[in-house]
Ligand binder design. Structure first.
Ligand code: ATP
Length: 346
């Protein structure tokens, strides 16, 4: 049986806003599961429904064999980490972490041991007696994490916990959150609108759009095998071009009949004709963007504008706008989508 099962969840707010529209998925006992999608797609509403801060209009939620949506929030055994840390400023680090145990009337000796263990896990042991105001944002979020974990929840929910941190710290703490989740083995649902974060941290990603699920899959499946044009465009950079059978020189009969647009990643394009059998489109350089490890060359062609990933420094490739080039690629790397945005097999 599924550990967490959300079935046919819908939520309509007053005024007819349908924030969730028939959402179903399941999460395994030790899984790191991420809800990814643009602002307003319903991620937070879904997370709040699981936590018990919001009621579903329709649908059921089951956790470890019990109906969660019929259990009051304080009895759901769920640990929650918030974007804004939500630490109590007048309590020390250790008192913050002990808060949930106190509410559960855990004996003092056991509480002290569990708080020490949770603080060690998030590497805050040395700061136990400090007040949160004397800590950095990253450290405050570690308190949030320790406080959620110390109650040994059945499920850990995290709502954009890294959004308020700077880029470097975000990557550090992201890796740490994943390591901690794997070492304690608690099922986690993580909400983010950052696709790179989702790829890095998740066992599986659920991509949402307008209250519905577009696709659920491993990071590799979501990136390399997107089932809809929405997923293809939302995760990573994708060149999306209207399909015109007379256009870009694919082998005859290669594209599916229902093709409406085709898409290809920058790393699957190259400057130059490439090997025989490859497709080549002629155009001219529009823009060269240096990105450190690599560079992106945007090329304007009669078939559309393409962004191509190249190594940098690439001798001779720091091209001025207007330089004539051809864009080469293997047609097997092209993805086709129908008018409804669904992937069509070649
Ligand atoms: P964000 O990343 O911006 O938090 P989200 O994906 O978490 O976005 P939700 O906050 O779940 O999205 O919102 C989904 C939809 O429901 C949005 O259209 C939002 O405006 C609407 N909504 C959310 N809460 C309410 C509410 N209390 N009353 C009315 N509409 C709401």
């Amino acid at each position: 049986m599924d550990y967490l099962a959300v079935e046919n969840a819908s939520k309509t707010f007053g005024g007819g806003v349908r924030a969730l529209d028939g959402v179903s998925f399941s999460v395994e006992r030790d899984e790191f599961f991420t809800l990814l999608g643009p602002s307003g797609c319903g991620k937070t509403t879904l997370l709040r429904s699981i936590a018990g801060f919001a009621d579903l209009t329709e649908g059921t939620i089951t956790l470890d064999g019990a109906r969660l949506d019929r259990t009051p929030p304080h009895r759901r055994d769920i640990g929650m980490v918030f974007q804004d840390y939500a630490v109590f400023p007048h309590l020390t680090v250790a008192e913050n972490v002990a808060f949930g145990l106190k509410a559960r009337k855990t004996p003092a000796a056991e509480s002290a041991a569990r708080v020490a263990e949770a603080l060690a896990t998030v590497r805050l042991g040395a700061l136990a007696a400090r007040l949160p105001a004397a800590l950095s944002g990253g450290q405050q979020q570690r308190i949030g994490l320790a406080r959620a974990m110390v109650i040994r929840p059945k499920l850990l929910l995290m709502d954009e916990p890294l959004s308020n941190l700077d880029a470097k710290l975000r990557i550090e703490l992201r890796d740490e959150i994943r390591d901690i989740q794997k070492s304690v083995g608690t099922a986690a649902i993580y909400v983010t609108h950052d696709q790179e974060e989702a790829l890095a941290i998740s066992d599986r990603i659920c991509v949402m759009n307008a209250g519905r699920i577009e696709q659920i899959g491993t990071p590799q499946e979501i990136y390399a095998d997107p089932r809809t044009i929405f997923v293809a465009s939302f995760v990573g950079t994708m060149n999306v071009t209207p399909w015109d059978a007379a256009g870009p020189g694919f082998p005859p009969g290669f594209a599916p009949d229902r093709a409406h647009v085709w898409a290809i990643r920058p790393e699957h394009l190259r400057i130059g004709e490439g090997r025989p059998g490859a497709v080549a489109i002629r155009g001219e350089v529009d823009k060269y963007t240096y990105l450190g490890r690599e560079a992106h060359v945007a090329v304007r062609t009669p078939d559309g504008r393409f962004v191509i990933q190249v190594a940098d420094p690439a001798p001779g490739l720091r091209m001025q706008p207007g330089t004539p080039v051809s864009v080469g690629f293997d047609p097997a790397n092209a993805l086709f989508f129908d008018e409804a945005g669904r992937r069509v097999a070649t």
